[in-house]
Design a protein around this ligand. Structure first.
Ligand SMILES: Nc1nc2c(c(=O)[nH]1)N[C@H]1C(S)=C(S)[C@@H](COP(=O)(O)OP(=O)(O)OC[C@H]3O[C@@H](n4cnc5c(=O)[nH]c(N)nc54)[C@H](O)[C@@H]3O)O[C@H]1N2
Ligand SMILES: Nc1nc2c(c(=O)[nH]1)N[C@H]1C(S)=C(S)[C@@H](COP(=O)(O)OP(=O)(O)OC[C@H]3O[C@@H](n4cnc5c(=O)[nH]c(N)nc54)[C@H](O)[C@@H]3O)O[C@H]1N2
Ligand code: SF4
Ligand SMILES: [Mo]
Length: 741
């Protein structure tokens, strides 16, 4: 018998980016544990990480391209699949123009080196303005507020979890989600440690959660009410003269403007609208200002609301006003290994609305339109109507608003292509599906999440298993060449070569690069024969602030150095980065961008109306889920049914509905039926239904998920009203009615 081999790799499933230790026997994984020596995760693992082997082995996971023939998907060879795309898609673009194709990018792209490095050429080659992604049902507000405050949408501060004494969490449940826009494996342990060192964790959430249970205090809030709570806390800080910016004071612009526009938002005035008592709001502001070092951290429950961007901004403002931005234990900017060497502060700043969507005239944000308007672009006839869709690693039929209508619009398209591991509720509509290899058959480096981690680190994992099938980078490269008119048979290596040369030449001509003025051959010869994403990553690491600059800096980082450190390289605790990191034109933090000031009028208008009295629907995550796509893994769906509507017993009594019975949940745009679960954990007036369910569609190939279908909560979310600054959809705080059936 063969003896098992040990492999180490990063879990790609969620933002915690845990380091895992895999026991491999032949071509199978026999066990997966947390890697106790990992520099970031120190042995932590959750049930999803342990299930990576099951994903790899899942018989439903696609191994060959599928093409639809007479309404049925059949397996074809790779060449045939690309020929089909060329034959069907290119004539459409010829006839109707480039905007006739829409692209939708799903969440797992961010967890994948190919997605991080090879999507740009695909988007460029497609040449469409109809670009959409999961970002506008997720974190787009955080990009916009960061862009306005700090000058770049990717300059996102994270709570310095391991050193703070006070943490105010709004709309996040990291004990189930393992954290988001805050990479911190073992989030629960890190939260408990705050209490152990004498600190305090307060959670604001309309539902009692596993996170509220380990916190020192939980405060209910009316869904969507956080903007009022936060602006009143800001008002209190000014009114009680508690503002103290600390070391960043000289880098801040607009403080007096914020003092004056926030003046009228007293705790008494907002209390009813957020459902939090005025005295509690005052106390929270005082606690934050008195804490040694503290941070305000908000996530999906507050970003997917009508004031998502404002809330993200207000959280940072509270950190700034209490001297907590950019100080140890406060809210800090990570510095990943691949971050470039910073030039002097200042830059072009950030703006949105460089172009607008055709139907609803919504502004682009970071080159995308809100995914909520993808339906409109498909449905409304006219020049530039969307007739073809390319989805890459996404399931918008389950994850984006007004899904029933979206599904109908997708059915009417002339052509659809998907790059995905599975034939799911969305990709079942595709004329061609191109499946990348499994998560264990690729190399991994977290470009995104090492930029959001509570401790600086660098970690690279090689592929655990080799495969003959094309890598995702190869698939995307071939697609980019095809879209660029080079034909279905173009060699993807030519794109690798182009990207590589482009990157090296860019560095050589850039006076701020450590490679400025070097010889191209000197650089290429040091790449040790690497190509594709690994070559690009090596260049990023070696030109980064800790890099070896291709021999110019002894002991610096390179990809081969990371290969020698399978548990990762510890790059130390977070460090202060202001002003170096600021890229606003003024090189200062701009507190009072006009876009934000405009939101104060909207807040005022809301406050002049009485809050509604009906039920408000919120979402819910479970540790063993990951949006829509892990319900086909037996160990992750076993046990009690999870797709239930949770409701407070008082609300149930009032409506004459009973536990276990299926109830009808109706919103402005649709209705679904789900089993009712009574729970004292809900704030009265609030009901909760998880997203990502609604399996069992004909034509999908998810046999395990089909046995645990649940219902699609996004049949209830309305793509009409959005967070105006980011275009983010409103997925929490949806008015609904619940009735017995
Ligand atoms: N009501 C409601 N809706 C929500 C949310 C909510 O809280 N409430 N949350 C929103 C959020 S935060 C997000 S991020 C979105 C997610 O929305 P999506 O990204 O659209 O959906 P996922 O369920 O993540 O689907 C991911 C797809 O990628 C495929 N996949 C996995 N790995 C790979 C890979 O390596 N390569 C390729 N090509 N494909 C891969 C999977 O098979 C799956 O089909 O949902 C959003 N929708
Ligand atoms: N197990 C698991 N982990 C995941 C995912 C998953 O689906 N399952 N998805 C991953 C993804 S893509 C993301 S983006 C992250 C998201 O990570 P989190 O942001 O931690 O997401 P949730 O667990 O949905 O927590 C949102 C919380 O907001 C609360 N909430 C709802 N409305 C409001 C409101 O108006 N105000 C306030 N204050 N709270 C509100 C909800 O009750 C809920 O407890 O999780 C990631 N990790
Ligand atoms: S917490 Fe996230 S990264 Fe860690 S094992 Fe679980 S799914 Fe993987
Ligand atoms: Mo997300």
């Amino acid at each position: 018998m063969k003896s098992p081999k040990t492999h180490y790799r990063t879990c790609p499933l969620c933002e915690a980016a845990c380091g895992l230790k895999l026991e491999v026997l032949g071509d199978r994984v026999s066990a997966i544990r947390g890697d106790p020596e990992d520099v970031l995760s120190r042995g932590y693992i959750c049930p999803k990480g342990s299930a990576l082997g099951e994903i790899h082995d899942d018989p439903d996971r696609l191994r060959a391209p599928l093409v639809k023939r007479d309404g049925e998907h059949v397996e074809v060879a790779w060449d045939e699949a690309f020929e089909e795309i060329e034959r069907r898609l290119l004539p459409l673009l010829e006839e109707f123009g480039r905007n006739a194709a829409a692209i939708y990018l799903g969440n797992p792209n961010v967890h994948n080196l190919a997605g991080s490095l090879y999507l740009r050429p695909v988007i460029k080659a497609a040449g469409t303005r109809n670009l959409f992604s999961a970002s506008t049902v997720d974190q787009m507000p955080r990009h916009v507020s960061s862009g306005l405050l700090f000058g770049s949408p990717d300059t996102i501060p994270v709570p310095d979890l391991d050193r703070c004494d006070y943490l105010l969490i709004l709309g996040a449940n990291p004990v189930e989600s393992n954290g988001s826009l805050c990479t911190a494996p073992d989030f629960p342990g890190r939260l408990k440690a705050i209490g152990k060192r004498g600190g305090r964790v307060v959670v604001i959430d309309p539902r009692r959660t596993r996170t509220t249970r380990i916190a020192d205090e939980h405060i209910f809030i009316r869904p969507g009410g956080d903007a009022f709570l936060l602006i009143a806390m800001i008002q209190v800080l000014f009114a009680e003269e508690r503002v103290d910016l600390g070391r960043i004071e000289e880098h801040v612009n607009g403080l007096e403007t914020i003092r004056s526009v926030s003046q009228s938002f007293t705790p008494e005035r907002v209390a009813q609208h957020c459902g939090v008592e005025a005295e509690t709001i005052r106390r929270l502001a005082r606690e934050l200002s008195r804490a040694g070092a503290g941070a305000v951290y908000g996530r999906i429950g507050v970003h997917t609301t009508a004031f998502g961007t404002f809330i993200s901004w207000a959280s940072d403002i509270l950190n700034i006003l209490t001297g907590n931005l950019d100080r140890p234990g406060g809210s800090m900017f990570p510095r990943p290994a691949h971050a470039r060497i910073q030039r002097k502060p200042g830059g072009r700043g950030f703006s949105t609305g460089r172009w607008r969507s055709r139907v609803r005239e919504l502004p682009e944000v970071r080159g995308e339109f809100p995914v909520a308007t993808m339906i409109d672009e498909m449905e409304k006839p006219g020049q530039d109507q969307v007739r073809a869709l390319i989805t890459i690693a996404g399931n918008p039929v389950l994850s984006t608003p007004n899904s029933a209508r979206l599904q109908a619009a997708i059915e009417n398209l002339d052509f659809m292509l998907s790059v995905d591991l599975y034939c799911n509720e969305t990709t079942r509509h595709a004329d061609v599906i191109l499946p990348p290899p499994s998560p264990l058959e690729r190399c991994h480096y977290d470009i995104g999440f090492s930029s959001l981690a509570v401790h600086n680190y660098a970690r690279y994992s090689p592929a655990t298993f080799e495969t003959d099938r094309p890598s995702e980078a190869r698939i995307l490269a071939r697609l980019a060449l095809l879209l660029g008119g080079q034909g279905a048979g173009a060699d993807p290596a030519s794109l690798d070569e182009m990207l590589l040369r482009g990157s090296v030449e860019g560095h050589i001509s850039n006076p701020y690069s450590p490679l400025h003025g070097r010889e191209i051959q000197d650089i290429l010869s040091q790449l040790e024969g690497r190509s594709g994403p690994e070559a690009l990553l090596d260049i990023m690491l070696r030109t980064g602030h800790r890099g070896d600059a291709f021999g110019a800096r002894e002991g610096g980082l390179s990809l081969s150095m990371l290969e020698d450190h399978p548990h990762g390289v510890d790059l130390g605790a977070l460090e202060s980065r202001i002003p170096e990191i600021l890229s606003t034109p003024s090189a200062e933090i701009e507190l009072a961008a006009p876009e934000i000031l405009g939101e104060f009028d909207r807040l005022d208008a809301e406050l002049s109306q009485r809050p509604g009295e009906g039920l408000l629907l919120i979402g819910r995550r479970h540790l063993r889920s990951n949006n829509s796509w892990l319900h086909n893994i037996p160990s992750l769906v076993s046990g009690r049914e999870r797709c239930t509507l949770q409701m407070h017993p008082d609300d149930a009594r009032q409506r004459g509905v009973e536990e276990a019975a299926s109830v009808e949940i109706r919103s402005a745009v649709g209705s679904v039926h789900a089993p009712l679960e009574l729970s004292e954990d809900l704030m009265p007036g609030v009901v909760s239904l998880p997203h990502g369910w609604g399996h069992g569609s004909p034509g999908a190939r998810l046999s395990v998920a089909a046995a645990h279908p649940g219902v699609n909560s996004n049949c209830l979310s309305d793509g009409g009203p959005l967070d105006p600054l980011s275009g983010n959809a409103i997925l929490n705080g949806i008015p609904v009615e619940v009735k017995a059936i």
